[in-house]
Design a protein around this ligand. Structure first.
Ligand code: ZN
Ligand code: ZN
Length: 654
């Protein structure tokens, strides 16, 4: 192993190896499954910043930890690829949304891989691919058949400038959120999903799941159920899913005016689903994106070619609206369970609920819609009853990472930090450790380059610890017996082996519990303490301790730990597939020592100190000063000298 740690070389080496050896592939059979999922991103042209990465690193640590605990981890990533920004970019530049979106996906994917995230890329999905949206269309048809999709003329928010319908949340103070033009009301025939039928179950289902109370409250407020003498009322409306936009999933419906006449002129008359064997209805490419007050697809010639009524066989027309992109993101997590299935949206045998779901931002509606879809599919028998009718068993949201100036990261303030600003200089392991050490996972916290440097120094200490071990052990082979001797003559400030063992076992317990509870910052703190004990030990560090250290740190700093696992500890298999260490509870008993506290040489009190804190001078002096009896004696006097005899006594001269 080389002396200096070259993160560029080491990180690339292991990223390539992991990909080649399919280290993170979800196995089809072995082990109990756990589904750990990030809210998949919209691949925007603005690229990813370090705030987006926070949640991804959190789920990555959980995935790596659980994998080492023997679980078969489903941890996939994909792209919420349809959406307005790419279409607006196309209107401005003429670059096709498909091209722009896939260029952005490449950038996002490179950044995720460079960050050392353990996704099973074999399961990657892209909502704009026909293989995916075929099933989005199939789901629409299932809802239609069940009477949960219907047409309704309704006043919609209309932006005269963008010439499109706006959802309520796209309207701010009566103005279009995109262009500030005053919004007008306009009557249009729109497709709706009847989510109101599920309002009560969307409330009652919240009782059995592990979500933050405030997120549950947001769901309840959105549904807005009120009971009075006259009846029960709801705030929630049916879900308007029609969009007069190009870059979305075509709605798989055909309108036949001949049938409509026979059925009588209602809004539902003459509408038929596209027969399943004709799916997907492909998004046409002979379209220009400029708004003309109607859906861009209406001007495609190819789209309406040879369309016939599924019932009477006469010439008919396709629906030209596309679906709200929330429809894609309401079921993508099901597709991850079985992403290559060409016969079904996902096999019933493979669908499992998400154990850990992580993401933040404006997700009230996403959660509501996704829960609605799961419930509909559950009722239709597509989901195994044993899983119940809620899709996300545990939900957590990372807190925002603010810019170094404590403002929200934004181009406007010039305070955006991206992984590309940090990884080339410090490495992905440093970025990961820093982001998890910044503070509690779920609170807002400002970026600090000093903090990044601190994380970098910590990993440097870890590296040297392994390096010293390697040199020490080669020395001891040459000179038998030398490894039993203390490495320093002045060992009063060094930890004995029993302290090291106690610390190691406590750290194993603490890191496991913390990771399971998303307390990544305190997990790292305890690893730092363990590293400190190992650095100041009496005897040279035993191989066992370093094996444990490497494993505990592996989820946080996966590249460096993989390197020492192979190059120092001599293993052949990946550390990320090794077994998580177990603690021995006989070491968990707190060993404490009584330390005498003197004032001017006279015994005035005694304090209880943990073994592992015996050499922490500052801490012990503080403890001594705050002891009730000692404090009385110190009152009014000025401490002129503090004498500290490790493991024995403290003497204050006043
Ligand atoms: Zn507008
Ligand atoms: Zn017909």
């Amino acid at each position: 192993m080389v002396i200096t740690y070259d993160h560029k070389v080491v990180e690339k080496k292991w990223q390539d190896r992991w990909e080649k050896e399919e280290t993170y592939k979800t196995s089809a059979s072995k082990g109990k499954k756990r589904y750990v999922l990030d809210m998949f991103p919209y691949p925007s042209g603005a690229s990813m910043h370090v705030g987006h990465l926070e949640g991804y690193v959190g789920t990555d640590i959980i995935s790596r930890y659980l994998r080492m605990k023997g679980f078969n981890i489903l941890h996939p990533m994909g792209w919420d690829a349809f959406g307005l920004p790419a279409e607006n970019f196309a209107i401005k530049t003429g670059v096709h949304p498909d091209k722009e979106t896939h260029k952005n996906i490449e950038i996002f994917k490179r950044q995720l891989i460079a960050s050392g995230l353990s996704y099973d890329w074999d399961k990657e999905i892209d909502t704009s691919s026909p293989e995916f949206y075929k099933w989005t269309q199939w789901l629409f048809i299932k809802l239609f058949e069940k009477g949960l999709a219907y047409k309704k003329k309704s006043p919609v928010n209309w932006c005269p400038k963008d010439e499109t319908v706006l959802a309520n949340e796209q309207v701010e103070d009566g103005k279009c959120e995109r262009c500030d033009t005053p919004v007008i009301k306009k009557d249009l025939d729109q497709w709706f999903f009847k989510i109101t039928d599920y309002a009560d179950r969307l409330i009652s289902g919240l009782d059995g799941i592990d979500w933050l109370e405030e997120v549950k409250t947001q769901q309840k407020n959105w549904i807005g159920r009120k009971k009075s003498k006259k009846g029960t009322t709801y705030h929630i409306h049916d879900w308007l899913i029609s969009r007069q936009r190009y870059w979305g999933c075509p709605i798989p419906m055909i309108y036949c005016e001949h049938c409509a006449k026979l059925q009588g002129e209602t809004l539902q008359s003459g509408w038929y689903p596209v027969p399943e064997d004709q799916l997907p209805v492909l998004l046409p490419t002979d379209v220009d994106f400029q708004p003309h007050g109607e859906s861009p697809i209406a001007r495609s010639v190819s789209f309406q070619k040879d369309v016939v009524c599924p019932t009477c066989g006469k010439v008919a027309k396709r629906e030209v609206d596309t679906m709200d992109t929330y429809v894609d993101s309401s079921w993508y997590f099901l597709r991850f369970c079985d992403p290559k299935n060409t016969k079904e949206f996902a096999s019933k045998d493979k669908i499992i609920p998400v154990d850990d779901y992580v993401g933040g931002g404006h997700v009230v509606q996403h959660l509501l819609f996704a829960r609605f879809f799961w419930k509909v599919l559950f009722d239709l028998g597509y989901i195994n009853k044993k899983y119940g009718d809620e899709p996300f068993l545990k939900l957590r949201a990372p807190g925002w990472i603010l810019g170094p100036d404590s403002r929200k990261m934004s181009k406007r303030w010039g305070n955006v930090v991206t992984p590309d600003d940090i990884i080339p200089k410090f490495g992905a392991d440093t970025l990961r450790v820093y982001e998890m050490f910044m503070g509690p996972f779920d609170i807002m916290k400002p970026w600090s380059i000093t903090g990044v440097e601190g994380a970098h120094r910590f990993l440097g200490r870890v590296w040297r610890l392994f390096l010293n071990f390697q040199h020490g052990s080669s020395l001891s082979t040459a000179k038998a017996g030398s490894s039993d001797e203390p490495i320093t003559k002045d060992d009063s400030l060094m930890f004995s082996n029993s302290v090291v063992m106690a610390k190691m076992n406590k750290t194993i317990k603490k890191v496991g519990e913390d990771v399971e509870n998303y307390k990544f910052n305190t997990a790292i703190s305890s690893i730092m303490e363990f590293v400190n004990v190992l650095t100041n030990r009496k005897q040279p560090t035993a191989n066992d301790c370093l094996v444990v250290l490497a494993k505990l740190l592996a989820p946080f700093a996966p590249h460096m730990m993989e390197e020492v696992w192979h190059e120092v500890l001599g293993n052949k298999e990946s550390i990320h597939l090794s077994k998580w260490p177990e603690f021995d509870s006989k070491y968990l008993i707190e060993d404490e020592v009584m330390i005498a506290v003197q004032i001017n040489g006279k015994l005035r009190g005694q304090i209880r100190v943990k073994n592992e804190e015996l050499i922490d001078k500052n801490k012990i002096i503080q403890l001594a000063k705050s002891d009730e009896k000692v404090a009385k004696w110190l009152q009014g006097g000025t401490i002129r000298k503090e004498v500290f005899v490790p493991s024995k006594l403290v003497n204050f001269v006043i």
